[in-house]
Design a protein around this ligand. Structure first.
Ligand code: GAL
Length: 816
């Protein structure tokens, strides 16, 4: 029997312009102070001595790092630990805890008697309490949740108003660096009394085909609206079709539109359209919202697995935490875009927003770049993982947080699935099963078009107690040995690798002898980039590849993680100064580790991959066995050291470690050239690659991801600095202290070397290279012009690079 759950739907929202509605971003001129101040909510409170900050803002990212910050003496039960030990870097060793206040004076709208004013937060970390003109307006405890309040009645017309926000972070409230402060955007929204309800527009495409699509727009209104008009346009503004509804049911209007030959949305072709929704009262327009949307269908069936637009595919996903490495958690669009573009270059087609609601900017980027999204909500339900985690709020707030998640983001075509939780301890016991159903029902009620998953790690428990059986999509975190049994026992007929691998490595670090390990702790507190080390619960990349390649019913995977993140430095949880993760495919600076090329060789079918590891600078290892691995999309290659063949290797389906990698296990080190020659399936040489032993550090190579940026005071250029020898070969062991200066109108923003044990501060313009590399970040100002990043270091010739800032009207997302 074919088991079928089909979720067909689609669309969009990416804010653009508004008719009678105005949205004002509250970015500048905030005042901020750590500490608790009883009277800070009051209008006449004197905040003139407080720090002037811009929002989004992360108060803790400047450190300093200290093992005392939130040192958690715990046993991590989900990691299988029995005895508590001190986990010094668990939340990044950064000072995120405590109370702080933000205050802002803002202008009031002109016609308060006819308008509604909302204050909206995309997220505030955490336990936000909001005051306007001294009045308590409301609160929202979950740091990742979106929320807004109607503040109309508290505003003073024709004068300045005062907004005050109190935030409080308990220690032991997170398993990773949560950030601190108003780290996402804040908006003041002014709209007429008779208008579209906030988050009240729902666009679905219940029928999608290349020939014709049906679009249904449900518009919830407030006040007395007479009619709602919806118009679909191309992104260039060409009108495709309009429809008007004058029939309201409890304030909700419905328009149905037919679109001939729609260009469908997919990761390969992220086609978007605009939906213009307008309300009228007695012939006068009272509101207009313009949202981007896309046409796509999703379906999950036991016989065809996951299909997008009717085409079966396996999900090639990565999990991403919300921090942006050296920038902390304060949202920055170009930093987010850089991450997503790199994941796409690797061939990924999906992300999972672990373990919380994504930022709106991230969703907009996924819509536009073409990445499917599993939008997650919680890491904890009612049962605790950390002493002061979300379990304190679950009963009162979980339903609200889920409603807000779905209502705020439901129109993004990129979201293909909701996740109601990650490895929640509620997987054990009957109450947890009820909670899983309760939450899934809330998602279904809010959005009947998408399935719900939970990342489940207690696979034995959820097979036994029914928890796994009720999920729309059973997601397994690790436990590759239980996939087949879970597929047997669960009724859905498919299994998703909701979290996979958790292989650990440090960029440019290789340990000998090369062996497969679970929890290997090396003296340097680094993990080997031979990609053979995992944790007790986790596995090597190929263990997931094998399941996906051998079983149709495995829907694909979300690798833990695309990038390293602050906190959770497994396997060095107890080893100070480890303070950030080792799981990333890219390091904390965003530099690819070797694993990037293993995934690319499998996922990016458009490009060739031929990558050699380790580096070839092993003074002192002469004559010693130094294995060489090659990650390539080709099945066969021959390796040469200084022109001498080391033999041919062919991928071997019957051997776990030779199925996806080419390995030369007996090669001995001698300085010189390592060359690999790849063959196609007709045994023709298709491509070669070589690496060389580098000489002494000589100069610095600077490469910007974008050398032209927008003069908007926010845009960033990420400059990778590589120490090279006189022939321009990278020096893979060079650890040189570098100093940075930005001349001209841009500024130095941060620097990161990807070393999980470095205690050098990100915002100071000096840092040591880690294995020959680091990334410096330059930020534009609001004036256009040329600026120059100059980098100096002892014993090497300095380097510099020019960055242009230009004024651009559009928010072009394609100018990588
Ligand atoms: C999973 C968990 C993630 C992270 C990961 C590390 O169990 O869901 O948040 O902790 O392990 O391997």
């Amino acid at each position: 029997m074919m088991k079928r759950i089909t979720f067909i739907l689609v669309f969009l929202v990416v804010n653009i312009s508004y008719g009678q509605m105005t949205e004002t971003l509250l970015k500048e001129n905030w005042r901020f102070s750590k500490g608790d101040f009883e009277t800070a909510k009051n209008v006449d409170f004197n905040d003139s001595e407080w720090e002037k900050v811009k929002v989004p803002h992360d108060w803790a990212i400047k450190g300093p790092f200290d093992k005392k910050h939130d040192a958690q003496r715990v046993a991590i039960l989900q990691d299988g630990e029995k005895m508590p030990t001190e986990k010094s870097g668990r939340t990044g060793a950064l000072p995120y805890m405590g109370t702080a206040w933000y205050r802002l004076k803002f202008d009031t709208p002109k016609r308060l008697n006819q308008e509604k004013v909302l204050i909206h937060f995309d997220g505030a970390m955490s336990e936000a309490k909001v005051y306007v003109n001294g009045h308590y307006i409301g609160e929202h405890p979950y740091g990742y949740g979106y929320f807004y309040f109607d503040i109309t009645q508290y505003l003073k017309e024709g004068s300045q108003n005062t907004l005050a926000v109190r935030l409080h972070n308990e220690p032991k409230s997170s398993r990773w660096y949560p950030g601190a402060g108003i780290y996402r955007k804040v908006k003041l929204i002014t709209k007429q009394q008779n208008s579209i309800k906030r988050w009240g527009n729902t666009i679905t495409t219940p029928i999608v085909s290349p020939v014709k699509a049906k679009v249904v727009v449900k518009t919830k209104t407030i006040g007395q609206v007479d009619e709602v008009k919806t118009t679909i346009k191309t992104l260039n503004g060409k009108i495709i079709i309009s429809s008007i509804s004058k029939e309201s049911f409890d304030g909700e209007y419905e328009n149905t539109l037919a679109v001939e030959r729609p260009e469908l949305w997919s990761p390969e072709h992220p086609n978007l359209y605009q939906m213009v929704t307008t309300t009228f009262v007695k012939g006068h327009q009272t509101d207009e919202i313009i949202e981007k949307f896309g046409f796509r269908s999703i379906s999950f069936t036991s016989d065809k697995g996951f299909e997008l637009n009717g085409v079966r595919r396996k999900i090639k996903g990565v999990c991403l935490h919300h921090d942006l490495g050296p920038l902390g958690t304060a949202i920055n669009r170009s930093a987010l875009k850089r991450q997503l573009v790199m994941m796409k270059e690797m061939g990924a087609d999906a992300i999972r927003t672990a373990h919380n609601m994504p930022s709106i900017e991230q969703l907009e980027l996924c819509d536009e770049l073409g990445l499917m999204v599993v939008a997650e909500s919680f890491d904890e339900w009612k049962k605790a993982k950390v002493d002061n985690g979300y379990h304190r709020f679950f009963d009162e707030w979980a339903e609200i947080d889920v409603q807000h998640l779905v209502r705020a983001t439901k129109n993004h075509p990129s979201i293909i699935m909701w996740s109601s939780g990650n490895e929640v301890p509620d997987q054990w016991g009957n109450e947890g099963v009820k909670r899983a159903k309760w939450l899934q029902d809330i998602f279904h009620k809010e959005d009947p078009t998408r399935p719900v998953t939970v990342g489940m790690d207690q696979v034995e428990a959820v097979m036994a107690n029914g928890f796994g059986a009720i999920m729309d999509v059973p997601g397994l975190n690790y436990r590759t040995q239980l996939y087949e049994e879970a597929h047997e026992k669960f009724p859905q007929g498919f299994v998703l690798g909701s979290e996979t691998a958790s292989t650990v490595s440090s960029r440019g670090v290789y340990h000998f002898p090369v062996k497969e390990y679970k929890v290997k702790k090396h003296d340097d507190f680094q993990s080997s980039s031979y990609d053979m080390e995992a944790c007790p619960w986790s596995n090597l990349p190929e263990d997931d590849f094998i399941l996906q390649d051998d079983f149709d019913w495995v829907l694909g995977e979300f690798v833990w993680t695309g990038f390293d993140y602050l906190g959770e430095p497994s396997p060095y949880n107890e080893e100070w100064p480890s303070r950030s993760s080792y799981f990333g495919i890219c390091d904390l600076a965003g530099i690819p580790k070797d694993r990037f090329y293993l995934y690319k060789s499998r996922w990016n079918t458009q490009e060739e991959t031929l990558h050699i590891l380790p580096h070839w600078n092993w003074e002192g290892r002469e004559g010693k066995v130094t294995p060489i691995y090659v990650y390539t999309n080709y099945n066969k290659a021959e390796l040469f050291i200084n022109g001498v063949s080391q033999g041919v290797r062919i991928k071997d389906k019957t051997k776990r470690l030779d199925r996806y990698r080419l390995r030369w296990m007996d090669t001995k080190y001698e300085a010189g050239v390592v060359k690999v020659v790849a063959y196609n399936d007709n045994d023709e040489i298709v491509v070669t690659e070589e690496i060389k032993t580098a000489g002494k550090p000589h100069h610095l190579r600077l490469e910007a991801d974008r050398s032209t940026i927008k003069a908007d005071g926010e845009d960033l250029s990420f400059v990778t600095v590589t120490v090279v020898d006189k022939n321009d070969n990278p020096c893979p062991t060079a650890n040189i202290q570098l100093d940075f200066e930005v001349k001209g109108n841009s500024t130095f923003k941060a620097v990161c070397n990807g070393d999980a044990t470095s205690l050098q501060l990100f915002h100071k313009p000096t840092m040591k290279t880690f294995n020959g590399k680091l990334v410096a970040i330059v930020q534009s100002s609001k004036s256009k012009g040329t600026s120059e990043l100059v980098v100096k270091g002892k014993g090497v010739k300095s380097g510099s690079i020019k960055i242009q800032s230009i004024q651009k009207k559009d928010n072009s997302l394609t100018d990588k």
